[in-house]
Design a protein around this ligand. Structure first.
Ligand SMILES: Cc1cc2nc3c(=O)[nH]c(=O)nc-3n(C[C@H](O)[C@H](O)[C@H](O)COP(=O)(O)O)c2cc1C
Length: 367
């Protein structure tokens, strides 16, 4: 099958109606002073819609908890000013024929940001830890947990009210929800902890249920998950397909429509005896739609990029082979779209000689 047939088929699921299978991966840009997305941020997203990206997922945007962020330039998804900024963003994306969902986020317990900025209350998480052996915040009380779940629900309700097409819950990469999943950071002995992954998933399930309650049945809910953690790239939360099923199905039952399966390299496998990737397995064990991600169209992975490594364009053949086989429904693309709003059009039109690759200079500005 050709690239066009595979990647440029429309996709519909509940509120989400998109013209192709290309998703802009959520990427923190820190260009929103005091948490308010500016006109430049709106123009940046609009350009991706003009560039034929099917679905844009926003950078992580934090929910209404005092210590949900470690950086004053990361956008909020609460408060009149920030939500007015987001209204401008979605209006621009829709005017250009695109679709978009915010990625709603609570960072949990972080290292202090290099800028020196800290929230006015300590970071909060399941057990005070942001990685095994490192405490940098408070252990959440039942009241903290209940208020955080409610804040996720309010953010999702606002996403729908503002006219976004879906919402993505950030449950990956070692942030709050993932801190509950991982026994390296969740040492609770109450109902939010436990020896098994399904027990430690209770917080996520309650967040999803609240989000579903707030947005109704017909609004598409995505959750982003990762087996890997920044503190342990080789970590496997689910060590077998059976554990994966036991982890994901309660979230599907709680209201997830699409699992966004974060990998650093999409072709890597977690379980022996199969070449299915995380998104492939998630689709197989839940029957839900999935998004794959990780070094699509690039020869180097994204965490090395933060250290300054550049990446060159690479072939999409392996991605297309897996997609044609039905492993996953959608493909998220990060750095190529950060650097080049026209990436999707160039792929569609086979203008491969015009693809730019990625170098860390692209992080310094919104293009
Ligand atoms: C600058 C930058 C910021 C990122 N911020 C986020 C984020 O806010 N939320 C998230 O889930 N992932 C974030 N990621 C990860 C990307 O969504 C994506 O999974 C990763 O870059 C791999 O895709 P790629 O190889 O196509 O770049 C970020 C990545 C980059 C490069």
């Amino acid at each position: 099958m050709s690239t066009n047939n595979t990647l440029f088929r429309p996709f519909s699921l509940k509120s989400l109606n998109i013209k192709n299978r290309i998703v802009m991966a959520p990427m923190t840009r820190s260009f929103s002073p005091n948490g308010v997305p500016t006109a430049d941020v709106a123009a940046y997203y609009r350009k991706r819609a003009e560039g034929e990206v099917g679905l844009i997922l926003s950078e992580g945007t934090v929910i209404d908890r005092i210590s949900s962020s470690n950086d004053a330039n990361i956008p909020h998804f609460y408060g009149t000013e920030a939500l007015t900024g987001w209204q401008n963003v979605i209006n621009g994306v829709h005017a250009a024929g695109g679709a978009m969902g915010p990625q709603i986020w609570h960072m949990g317990i972080m290292d202090n940001h290099r800028s020196g900025w800290v929230p006015s209350q300590p970071f909060e998480g399941p057990s005070g830890l942001n990685r095994p052996g490192n405490t940098n915040g408070a252990t959440m009380t039942d009241a903290d947990i209940a208020d955080t779940i409610a804040a996720f629900g309010r953010a999702a309700a606002d996403a729908k009210r503002l006219g976004f097409d879906c919402v993505e819950i950030h449950g990956a990469h070692g942030y709050l929800i993932d801190q509950f999943f991982w026994d390296g950071t969740n040492q609770r002995t109450d109902v939010y902890g436990g020896k098994t992954l399904p027990e430690r998933s209770r917080f996520a399930v309650e967040v999803i249920k609240e989000v579903r309650k707030q947005v109704g049945e017909d609004f598409a809910i995505i959750i982003r998950l990762s087996q890997w953690k920044p503190a342990d790239y080789n970590n496997l939360l689910a060590k077998t397909p059976q554990e994966l099923e036991a982890w994901l199905n309660p979230m599907a039952d709680a209201g997830v429509d699409i699992f966004h399966c974060s990998q650093r390299r999409f072709w890597e496998t977690d379980f022996e005896g199969s070449d299915l990737n995380f998104a492939g397995w998630a689709k197989k064990v839940t029957g839900k739609a999935t998004i794959t991600v990780g070094s699509v169209g690039l020869d180097g992975e994204f965490l090395a990029a933060f250290g300054g490594a550049s990446s060159n364009p690479s072939s999409l053949d392996e991605l297309l082979r897996r997609m044609d086989r039905g492993d996953f429904d959608l493909v998220a693309v990060g750095r190529p779209l950060l650097a080049d709003p026209h990436w999707a059009q160039k792929i569609r039109d086979n203008r491969t000689e015009e693809l730019k690759g990625f170098s860390k200079e692209a992080l310094a500005q919104l293009v």
